[in-house]
Design a protein around this ligand. Sequence first.
Ligand SMILES: *Cc1c(COP(=O)(O)O)cnc(C)c1O
Length: 435
Amino acid sequence: MSTSTRFTLTQKQIPTHWYNLLADFPKPLPPPLHPGTKQPVGPDALAAIFPENLIRQEVCTDRWVEIPEEVRDIYALWRPTPLLRAVRLEKALQTPAHIYYKYEGGSPAGSHKPNTAVPQAYYNKQAGTKRLATETGAGQWGSSLALACRLFGLECTVYMVRVSFDHKPYRKMMMQTWGAEVFASPSNRTEFGRKLLKEDPKCPGSLGIAISEAVEDTVKTPGTKYALGSVLNHVCLHQSVIGQETIQQMELAGEEPDVIIGCVGGGSNFAGIAFPFIHQKITAGKKYRIVAVEPSSCASMTKGELRYDFGDTAQTTPLMWMHTLGHDFIPPTIHAGGLRYHGMAPMVSHAHDLGLVDAVAYPQTKVFEAAVLFARTEGIIPAPESSHAIRAAVDEALAARQEGKKRVIVFNLSGHGMLDLSSYDAYLAGQLTDE
Ligand SMILES: *Cc1c(COP(=O)(O)O)cnc(C)c1O
């Protein structure tokens, strides 16, 4: 076999700027609103929880935002990430499609999340923050922020959704190894957590609840700021390194994609791979089909409403314009913990509303079927979250086979599944069910 299947860039080719889709939306994104007055909130409404430099970035509409040198230096620990062609998967599917995947699982935390954790810690350090508080679902975000805080000398406190804290202890150990303190949420450290525990001592928790706890901790503790691993505009901005590198690598491969795919929880890794391609769609008339993939059991895009809603369960955040299942929705305990969020990033929601992206949903058994096929052909054991994107890529490749036509498919493999083996165990034992 002589065709190349792995497309790598040099350290110099790490993007120098983040790409901001806010500059290119044909209609502006509806702004966050104050829950009481229903008027747009000014940047100062966020000042209690975020540093000023990140608030500026959140509302910034510059198309290109320079990446600080210190951040690029840390990116170089694992970036540029490789793009691979999944020739063995193509063969197993007997498809004329070409399937490419961008692999973000090689970061120290094992996912795309350090792409934003590092700049968030950097900007907080610049702003004089001493400690960051945050929430985490399955632990990918908490571990990414724990790492980033350590690299910039910040303290880190993580509220971890209780089901994951109990059933997926390994990322908790990673966080502690990097020096963070970790609490199961709901916890007795906050008023909101104590209230929920009183109502239901076995409350499994949710991302919305954990966010409320982290925000309460932040506003009550001097020197502390809050960091969010998805959903917000500045997070989508930071993740744009993924798609920018992918565009360079598809050029190396000498192909133009027909379909671009990412899984969606809060929407950040999808934004990362998709937004630079949407830039080309808007400015260069490209005809890509761009697909967001979510779990059927927490389907904010395909089943939720597009409206203003709170980002958290305790209704402490401003109202955000997004696809939502309702801020009090507690998703079932599916194995893709990183996709258990009631809402969708406003930027991703808006892109969907404008017809720039499509959305599909899959039940978890279909997702694990594709994950195991991927592991058995390409080797990498994918994160259950990322496997939603694999499922959609496989179905695109099967549709191409049906049509007897080539189709070039690129998906983001947002992380590895080496710490999610218990869910593979359940799947292989036939114990996973769909609702
Ligand atoms: C957190 C996570 C997701 C979901 O979050 P997004 O913000 O939607 O990207 C997907 N994949 C992996 C590996 C994750 O860790």
